[in-house]
Design a protein around this ligand. Structure first.
Ligand code: 57M
Length: 359
């Protein structure tokens, strides 16, 4: 909005020229989202407590988690509001990719929100059925998949990090692939969100990396120079990623150990879906497995545990899955697990940036 109102004034005052620059608007967007979270969270936490929107903690998890019963949850509502407000303020609103991403983040947020609400309002409810949740997720993701398939600037080619000449053509199967990436990413972030700050930290890192890649993908000269797919208009997604970075940093302020608020499924499903969506739209799909390596590892740990549990008739590989519970059960303090996961996430983020040159 600011772009549309303030940039045209540059003819009378040249200072308004800055609103043309994606870099300036991405930073402005991140700062706005961060400040919104910082200013509104104390009020929001008070309201959640007042309406008794508190976490129901399972009693079969690590014992230390029982103390978390009643911690206000559904902080994702504020995260999504901050992302939406800041994106609407700073992005170029004539760009369809911006609206597509707002659709993804809000649609996945609604799925998580309904799930959270059912769990909280009927204390013993398991929330939305697994089948209902996955069908809704597939619907949301297929909107992105179909957009990419039908849009003239896209093709079904996959870009493989480190191998610039290997670009398999998936043709229409690309839609199924897009669904797999977005739904997978949404659920992987959801599984990761089990310790204070464990999901928000790696989301900040992943969204920062995708901010850089979105900017480059939307810049014809830089994209050609770096030999990454050029996607017209993708630069505006740097502004959207800026909103994700700022909002999650602001959330982390209150979600850091000991957490004053959890994001709930409304946050985790939406933010995971958004990362998957950006990866698809800017054609850096496989890169997500590196950038979001922590989320991938957590999801794989659950798959391995469940499969092994079934074929061995009750034996386990990890003390508990997802992976973070394994370390807690080994006696690591929650904060140690979280900070170490962040360290791995930062290293993976740097590796992802390195793929720009190592090809
Ligand atoms: C949700 N959510 C947390 C909070 C957060 C298939 C199976 C592996 C599924 C998995 C599962 O349900 N995972 C998704 C993970 C929950 O947090 C809420 O949920 C939102 C995210 N969806 O925002 O609202 C608990 O996580 C803790 N938490 C924090 N800090 C935070 O900032 O401490 C969350 C955010 C909160 C709080 O304690 O209550 C969750 O874990 O429920 N299931 C599991 O993860 C369970 N694992 C399991 O059953 N493993 C078995 C299987 C695989 C064979 C095994 O290894 O033997 C564990 N989860 C819990 N107890 N709580 C184990 C039992």
């Amino acid at each position: 909005m600011l772009y549309h109102f303030l940039y045209p004034l540059h003819s009378s005052l040249s200072a308004f020229n800055v609103f043309k620059y994606i870099t300036f608007r991405s930073i402005g967007c991140a700062v706005t989202a961060f400040l919104l979270m910082l200013l509104l969270s104390p009020w929001f936490i008070k309201k959640l407590k007042q309406y008794q929107i508190g976490q129901v903690v399972r009693d079969d998890g690590p014992e230390t988690h029982l103390a978390k019963t009643g911690v206000p949850t559904m902080g994702g509502v504020l995260i999504l509001s901050s992302i939406t407000i800041s994106t609407l303020l700073w992005a170029q609103l004539t760009n369809p990719l911006v609206w597509l991403m707002l659709f993804v983040v809000l649609f996945f947020g609604c799925i998580g929100g309904i799930d959270d609400y059912q769990k909280i309002s009927k204390k013993n409810s398991a929330g939305l059925s697994a089948r209902g949740k996955i069908l809704l997720q597939i619907f949301g993701a297929s909107v992105v998949g179909l957009f990419v398939l039908l849009h003239p600037s896209y093709d079904g080619l996959l870009s493989i990090p480190f191998f610039k000449n290997v670009q398999p053509d998936l043709s229409w199967i690309y839609v199924l692939f897009a669904i797999f990436v977005i739904v997978g990413s949404s659920n992987a972030v959801n599984l990761t969100d089990g310790l204070d700050g464990l999901a928000a930290g790696p989301i900040v890192i992943s969204a920062s990396v995708y901010l850089v890649f979105s900017y480059l993908a939307g810049h014809i000269i830089l994209a050609e120079y770096l030999q990454i797919p050029y996607v017209p208009g993708a630069g505006e997604l740097a502004v959207f990623c800026g909103a994700m970075v700022g909002a999650c940093l602001g959330f982390l302020w209150f979600n850091a150990y000991p957490a004053q608020i959890f994001m709930g499924d409304v946050g985790s499903l939406a933010l995971g879906g958004a990362l998957g969506g950006v990866a698809i739209i800017i054609k850096q799909e496989i890169l997500l497995a590196i950038v979001g390596g922590i989320f991938v590892m957590e999801a794989i740990s659950v798959i391995i545990q469940v499969v092994y549990f079934k074929i061995s008739k009750g034996k386990r590989i990890f003390l508990m899955a997802p992976f973070h519970h394994h370390f807690e059960k080994k006696g690591w303090h929650e904060s140690k697990v979280v900070v170490r996961f962040w360290i791995v996430s930062i290293i993976l983020g740097l590796m992802a940036i390195a793929t720009l040159k190592l090809r």
